[in-house]
Design a protein around this ligand. Structure first.
Ligand SMILES: [Zn+2]
Length: 378
């Protein structure tokens, strides 16, 4: 009897020690999502501001974020590029980083916010089993990019209301109050996510930004992929860009931003400021419901036999899905080329201003040499 009690105590002790080790290990992974990766802006960087410089209420909050500014030798037109609106969309993350780390501005001004929602980058979506991040080989060693959540971290903004009531009278499910691309134009008496949006609107107004490009990805079964969604004020710009992109072998659609769909950057930034707002999308199988195991390999290589099967046997996908898949390299090349063609197409419009950006790789260069070639490092 005595031996049995002793044996049970040893088992219970061993069990508790194992549990403690597992908790320590998992806590390390959980907290590692808050560690920011190093970025390497190009030599063309003129100044780094914070979003709180435009909206002081953000100072000291978990969503204050860097605004990288590249000024040309001559004044001219200005462009704002947004990345990590949704940190689940790696082509947006990597393409804005490539622009940040390569751009040299000759004329006009380029603004890049590579981490629009830092809070959403600090955690992952529960029950989704997506990889925590991606690794990309570069000539300067391997770079790591976290893949976070679509939404602001509930540690920073909680609880969600049952219904999200947008100022324009639109009702959405409560968790959308944590989605930057549903809470534009933001408000000063709102939640943390709405304050990010308000800060971006303040920046656009203060700097008189001519074009704002919000980068995204979507799953193959959604209609909003391989597309530019443009505010009516930006339709000429987006149309000219689509034409110019087709000359570079990049086929892209232009959709008009629906007038009554509120909270999106392509609607509210155009309605509430003078900027030409365009949202760009590529295709990411990891975000879809048909995808197989949501591994880092799938995120990088984009090959998925289930989407291939769906593409071959139905007309329900909004893209052709072949055995080649939709590699991240292709998606990044599309986004980078689209951003640069938007700047080039602006110069074809009759505005009296120009934006000249050099140093950023073309679609063909990224496809040939790989995106890693254009990521900086120590
Ligand atoms: Zn998105």
């Amino acid at each position: 009897m005595k031996i049995e009690v002793k044996h049970n105590r040893i088992c219970a002790g061993a069990f508790l020690v194992c549990m403690a080790l597992i908790i320590v290990y998992l806590s390390g992974i959980f907290l590692s999502q808050r560690v920011e990766e190093q970025l390497y802006p190009s030599a063309g960087l003129s100044e780094t501001k914070m979003l709180s410089d435009y909206y002081p209420d953000l100072k000291g909050s978990p969503v204050d974020t860097e605004v990288y500014i590249f000024r040309g030798k001559k004044p001219g037109a200005s462009m704002l590029v947004l990345g990590n609106t949704h940190p689940t969309e790696p082509s947006a993350i990597v393409s804005t980083t490539i622009v940040l780390e390569n751009a040299m501005v000759e004329e006009g001004t380029l603004y890049v916010i590579p981490r629009v929602n830092k809070s959403a980058m600090s955690h992952t979506d529960p029950q989704d089993a997506t990889p925590l991040g991606i690794h990309i080989d570069t000539p300067n060693g391997q770079r790591y990019f976290r893949v976070g959540s679509r939404m602001t971290n509930p540690v920073h903004q909680w609880p969600d209301p049952d219904i999200y009531y947008h100022n324009a009278g639109q009702l959405l499910t409560g968790k959308e109050t944590r989605n930057v691309d549903r809470t534009y134009p933001g408000r000063t008496d709102g939640n943390l996510t709405e304050k990010i949006c308000y800060g971006i609107v303040e920046l656009i107004k203060a700097e008189k930004i001519d074009m704002t490009i919000d980068t995204h990805e979507g799953p193959p079964e959604y209609p909003t992929i391989d597309v530019m969604i443009a505010h009516q004020n930006a339709m000429e710009l987006a149309g000219t860009t689509a034409l110019n992109l087709s000359l570079e072998d990049v086929e892209i659609r232009v959709d008009a931003s629906p007038v009554n769909l509120h909270g999106f950057s392509h609607r509210e930034l155009g309605d509430h400021t003078d900027t030409m707002a365009v949202l760009v999308e590529t295709v990411n199988p990891v975000m879809g419901r048909l995808a197989g195991k949501k591994s880092e390999e799938l995120m990088l290589e984009g090959r998925d036999k289930f989407y291939q099967y769906a593409s071959e046997n139905s007309d329900r996908l909004y893209t052709e899905y072949t055995a080649e898949g939709k590699p991240l390299n292709l998606r990044v090349a599309r986004h980078v080329e689209t951003i640069m063609q938007l700047a080039a197409s602006y110069n074809e419009m009759d505005t009296g201003k120009r934006l000249e950006i050099t140093g950023v790789p073309t679609y063909a260069e990224i496809m040939e040499n790989g995106m890693g070639q254009y990521l900086g490092g120590k």
